[in-house]
Design a protein around this ligand. Structure first.
Ligand SMILES: Cc1cc2nc3c(=O)[nH]c(=O)nc-3n(C[C@H](O)[C@H](O)[C@H](O)COP(=O)(O)OP(=O)(O)OC[C@H]3O[C@@H](n4cnc5c(N)ncnc54)[C@H](O)[C@@H]3O)c2cc1C
Length: 557
């Protein structure tokens, strides 16, 4: 790290606010490169002097005092039930496990103002502990929230009225069974992405399997999220267009609710009425504590992966080609993403393509900056299949005016896919927010939503707005908006963010495509679903959780 670099390159101090809100591994860093830094300076009219001193960094240590209203008798009963060593009451742990990864939470903690802090943190060791915790909270009518990996970007962990937070990842992270014949594995819900994937990759050694397997689900938060969290927030991985969204992978659940234990059977298909486990997909902890899941698995064949990238003349052509790829019934790519013109511009800077030979070739061939759109992806599976999918994608892309760009941009994207979130705090240290909103759209609504949301964001002076689509279905896709703006105070951020959500809904996008609802989107749920549908969810909640203790406020319930 050069000595003149403005970015903080030391791990957050122990027990500091920064150690709570900063993304990922404390010793991993990715800073904006010189091209991105130059672009930020130019966009926001900043000079080197504006990057001399980071502000509101949250490096202060969390104080030891934080009031709690939880009855002492209840705390003692909890300690008796699960063992005192599994219970934490200190301020740091309480704030840590009440905080997800929204910009809103980061801004609050940078000013040392935590909101909605839990009273007690409990680390269950097994199912019996979870049952005891749920029973105690139900009996005493104490709110109970579940913390998986904590990567929620929808205020999934905020506890407005305090209560108990149960942490799944500490102990409940085991593989319970592996069934190669059925291509199914059962794991505890608190297992992390990397531990889960490692178990499948090492299946021959660990379970005597004939070959290695993969889970097929790789969200950008993969390293710091749990398998339970994926299912309960209806997540989508980067290779979802081929493997499916998280909910598509679910075969069976075991859930502990105040009403009792719900267990479903793992079968490929059954005509026995609506599937009970489907009720829990996306339920975000409002219906019960998910303790284990049975999931589909896939053969791992990385040697067959084909990588491709293209440049399209414009967004309309990139969208039209993507629709044809998904509707042509010629096999789906695994990773597939198209970036609009502004995102393409930034990506080409980040990847070091701008100003190089590939850029010259693109310009020479008529692919103009701020019009051209990047598409990249992979085809996976059996060798002949992946070769064929890549060939079909190439043929369709060409029909829509694209030029091939080799696999170079894909390698650059792969290198940054888990590292980019580390840049958020670098920008915020200098009062620049980078935030995201995402939505599901049909093909017929896509341009309306994209135009409308972009127009709103760009109407704010000096605001960058980048968009991509990265999860594809024959009926539509998602739109993922990233905005970068100078904004330090929480209220203006909240107001801007809220208006973008309203724009999305008004133009016909869904409230969320894969981040879930949490408490952030909760107030919009009636508008999104309608009163009758919402009442159905409330009825399920009333049945499973009669005292309404589970994840209060989540999903607008
Ligand atoms: C940098 C970054 C990148 C991201 N990229 C993606 C992406 O590419 N794709 C994607 O889909 N999402 C993404 N997300 C969002 C987030 O990672 C997902 O929503 C993820 O699925 C959450 O998993 P988790 O284990 O962290 O859940 P948590 O944040 O711990 O919990 C999420 C919600 O589920 C509830 N919950 C969790 N586990 C249980 C359980 N066992 N029982 C009952 N309730 C439970 C919680 O109470 C909470 O309401 C990203 C987030 C960040 C910060």
């Amino acid at each position: 790290m050069p000595s003149h670099s403005p970015w903080i390159h030391t791990p957050p101090p122990e027990k500091s606010f920064r150690s709570i809100f900063r993304w990922g591994d404390p010793n991993t860093f990715k800073h904006p490169n010189s091209r991105l830094h130059a672009m930020l300076k130019e966009t926001f009219g900043l000079g080197d002097r504006d990057f001399l001193t980071p502000r509101f960094t949250g490096e202060e240590r969390v104080s030891e005092t934080l009031p709690s209203t939880l009855p002492q008798a209840f705390i003692q009963a909890m300690e008796r039930a699960v063992g005192p060593e599994q219970v934490e009451r200190d301020a740091f742990s309480r704030i840590r496990y009440s905080t997800g990864k929204t910009t809103e939470e980061t801004l609050a903690l940078r000013h040392q103002r935590p909101e909605g802090v839990t009273d007690l943190v409990v680390h269950p060791r097994h199912k019996r502990d979870v049952q005891a915790i749920v029973s105690l909270c139900h009996e005493h009518r104490i709110p109970l929230s579940v913390y998986g990996g904590g990567s929620s970007v929808t205020l999934g962990h905020r506890m407005e009225k305090g209560g108990v937070t149960l942490v799944m990842a500490t102990h409940m992270n085991r593989v319970l069974s592996f069934n190669e014949e059925d291509h199914a594995v059962t794991v505890e819900a608190g297992i992390s992405g990397p531990d889960y994937e490692a178990a499948l990759n090492e299946a021959p050694k660990r379970f005597g399997a004939l070959r290695p397997y993969t889970c097929g689900h790789f969200p950008q938060s993969f390293e710091f999220s749990t398998v339970g969290g994926w299912i309960l927030t209806l997540g989508s991985g980067q290779a979802s267009s081929y493997y499916g969204d998280a909910a598509d992978l679910l075969l069976a659940v075991e859930v502990i609710t105040p009403r009792g234990v719900i267990v479903t059977q793992s079968v490929p298909a059954t005509a026995t009425g609506p599937k009970i486990q489907d009720i829990f997909k996306g339920s975000e902890g409002a219906f019960g504590v998910l303790i284990s899941v049975t999931l589909k698995i896939f053969r791992k064949m990385p040697e067959n992966t084909k990588r491709f990238s293209f440049i399209f003349p414009d967004w309309k052509k990139a969208v039209a080609a993507s629709r044809e790829i998904t509707q042509a019934q010629c096999g789906m790519p695994a990773v597939f993403r198209i970036s609009d013109a502004e995102e393409t511009d930034v990506a080409l800077k980040l990847y070091g393509v701008e100003g190089g030979p590939l850029d010259s070739l693109m310009r020479f061939s008529g692919y103009r900056p701020m019009e051209r759109c990047l598409a990249l992806g992979t085809a996976e599976g059996e060798a002949g299949f992946s070769r064929n999918v890549a060939k079909n994608v190439r043929n369709i892309a060409k029909k829509f005016g694209a030029m091939g760009l080799t696999s170079y941009p894909v390698h650059k994207w792969e290198h940054g896919r888990y590292l980019d979130p580390y840049m958020r705090e670098d920008l915020l240290d200098f009062g620049i927010i980078i935030d995201t909103l995402e939505t599901g759209v049909t093909w017929s609504a896509l341009h309306r939503v994209h135009d409308s949301v972009r127009a709103f964001i760009k109407a704010r002076p000096q605001t960058i707005c980048m968009t991509h689509a990265s999860h594809f279905y024959p009926q539509g896709t998602n739109l993922y908006f990233i905005f970068i703006a100078r904004m330090e105070d929480l209220d203006s951020y909240r107001a801007f963010h809220r208006k973008i959500i309203e724009r999305i809904l008004h133009a016909g996008g869904t409230l969320s495509h894969h981040h879930g609802v949490g408490r952030m989107m909760g107030p919009f749920m009636v508008k999104q679903l309608g009163e009758e549908n919402m009442e159905l969810l409330r009825a399920v909640k009333r049945h499973l959780d009669p005292h309404g203790i589970l994840g209060p406020g989540v999903m607008g319930l």
